[in-house]
Design a protein around this ligand. Structure first.
Ligand code: HEC
Ligand code: HEC
Length: 462
């Protein structure tokens, strides 16, 4: 035997055994797909049946293809607007991925502005701005005025790491112009939100409520600033209050509600959940504009609607890349040390009872690693929008899942993070963390350059 060969082999194998991530690469259990590149977020769960794959394809077409102005010859797809922001779900969730703030003079598409007045509305929800509604629509069909324009400017915020390295963040500032229906109320509250990637939302829906409750109880029992809370919100399809899981403030409980709300508010398509167009009383042109589906509401029928929900529920999270890379493993340790994992909780086993009307039993009892507690946290003044949403206050945001974050650039050719896309990459996102996450951010400020790089590399491996 040649000892020159034997020695390195032994070393290699013992190193490999010592340094592997026990969570592995399959973040979505058997639903995980192995995919990178532009379509990484667009594959069905790997464990669907043939019939389910067919339903996925049908749902996909109604998610991606443009709706058109009524009346049109394509009755199955008319009814766009009267007000809208994009012509399809995929217009904002490009390749099932993430929107970005607009450049220069461009009008915002993947970034939308939620509007409301102070106070609590029906079913614990918001009070819509009376003239413009609960969301600003900067596009409209022919014959109807767009509500106006959103303007975005940035100011710089500078800082330094403990090792003396300077950094710079960009703070966004928003304003409206060309308001078509007159001024907004003076005390209007505005919440800018970018479109997040859709992957794995069915698995998030399959997380047991008891696990979310346990996250909140555990954090409440710890000594320390991290005290996540549930946003209990009204779910229109279910007709009851449920814990919020979707949206940047956990302001929506189910994919079905989110889908009905998006069809109505973002594209102007009515459904049996939200049968009325989102025109306010002041918007006479909007109210008078022809309806789709030859005027017989709703513009999307229940079967097609269900297929679009099913499509999203079964979009697979992609597998991790290089989870056993030494730098990634170092970053994983730092992630735990800096208490990132208290809010960005790595693992769950899903329930055995997904709703087969809108999802697949293939998502039952999967061991998943989404890196979220689905709870609201006070993230400090710099991230605050000052606009309550359900039980969330103006400083609280939901911990977003981190799976797939490292692939956003592959899919969408940008790396804009946080609720309004202000952060250009993982490190900037962390530097914005304050409030309950201030100690985590301070730990990162004290990290050496190699430690910061390892932390980022770990997050990007998810
Ligand atoms: C104008 C851009 C835009 C369009 C069009 C749009 N969305 Fe969204 N989507 C968003 C934004 C912004 C959010 C975050 C909303 C929030 O925080 O309240 C979001 C959130 C979501 C989420 C929740 C994801 C999560 O993990 O929180 C789902 C699911 C979703 N959208 C589905 C859809 C569907 C289905 C359609 C088409 C019917 C659609 N969206 C159309 C911008 C858009
Ligand atoms: C107190 C809970 C909490 C802690 C601790 C925490 N986060 Fe977060 N994280 C959040 C919330 C809430 C957001 C969303 C904030 C927003 O959009 O304004 C977020 C957003 C992010 C994002 C952007 C995700 C996206 O989809 O845009 C990244 C990346 C991230 N956190 C990484 C980390 C890392 C790394 C650490 C540890 C150094 C950490 N977080 C610690 C709650 C936390």
């Amino acid at each position: 035997m040649n000892p020159k060969i034997l020695v390195p082999l032994v070393l290699l194998s013992s190193f490999a055994e010592a340094a592997t991530d026990p969570l592995g690469e399959k973040v979505g259990g058997d639903a995980t797909v192995f995919a990178t590149g532009r379509n990484a977020f667009s594959f069905p769960a790997a464990n669907l049946t043939d019939a389910e794959q067919t339903r996925f394809v049908i749902g996909n077409s109604f998610f991606k293809r443009n709706w058109v102005q009524a009346p049109a010859s394509t009755k199955a797809r008319d009814g766009l607007g009267p007000h809208f922001i994009a012509r399809s779900c995929g217009g904002c969730h490009v390749n099932d991925g993430r929107g970005a703030p607009p450049h220069d003079e461009e009008q915002a598409v993947g970034l939308l502005m939620r509007l409301s007045l102070p106070g609590v509305g029906a079913q614990g929800g918001v009070i819509a701005e009376p003239t413009y509604g609960d969301q600003f629509n900067n596009a409209a069909v022919q014959g109807v005025k767009p509500e106006g324009k959103v303007n975005l400017a940035y100011s710089e915020r500078k800082g330094v790491f403990a090792d003396g390295t300077p950094y710079s963040l960009q703070q966004p500032h928003y304003s409206f112009s060309d308001l078509a229906y007159g001024p907004m109320e003076k005390d209007v509250l505005i919440s800018p939100r970018i479109a997040p990637q859709i992957i794995g939302v069915g698995l998030l829906e399959a997380i047991d409520v008891a696990d979310i409750v346990a996250n909140a109880r555990q954090q409440a029992a710890e000594n320390g600033p991290i005290k996540g809370v549930i946003n209990h919100v009204w779910d229109a399809p279910a007709g009851k209050m449920l814990p919020g899981r979707y949206g940047w403030k956990a302001n929506v409980a189910t994919i079905a509600h989110q889908t009905a709300g998006a069809f109505n508010g973002d594209i102007g398509i009515t459904s049996s959940v939200f049968p009325d167009e989102a025109c306010t009383a002041a918007q006479k042109d909007c109210l008078a504009s022809p309806r789709g589906a030859q005027g017989k509401a709703p513009e999307i029928d229940d079967k097609t609607f269900g297929d679009v929900v099913f499509y999203q529920a079964t979009l697979a999270p992609p597998a991790r890349r290089a989870p056993n890379d030494a730098q990634v493993l170092h970053g994983q340790k730092l992630f735990a040390e800096a208490q990132c994992s208290t809010c960005h909780r790595p693992s769950y086993v899903t329930t055995a009872s997904v709703n087969p009307q809108f999802s697949s039993p293939a998502l039952n009892r999967q061991t998943i690693h989404p890196y979220t507690d689905l709870l609201l946290h006070d993230m400090g003044e710099a991230l605050a929008d000052g606009r309550p949403d359900g039980q969330a206050n103006g400083r609280q945001w939901k911990t977003p899942a981190l799976w797939g974050v490292g692939l956003i650039h592959d899919v969408n050719r940008h790396n804009r993070l946080l609720h309004d896309g202000r952060a250009r990459g993982v490190l900037e996102a962390v530097l914005w963390h304050g409030g309950e996450a201030e100690a985590s951010r301070d730990r990162v400020l004290k990290m050496s350059q190699p430690e910061r790089e390892a932390l980022v590399k770990f997050v990007e491996s998810l």
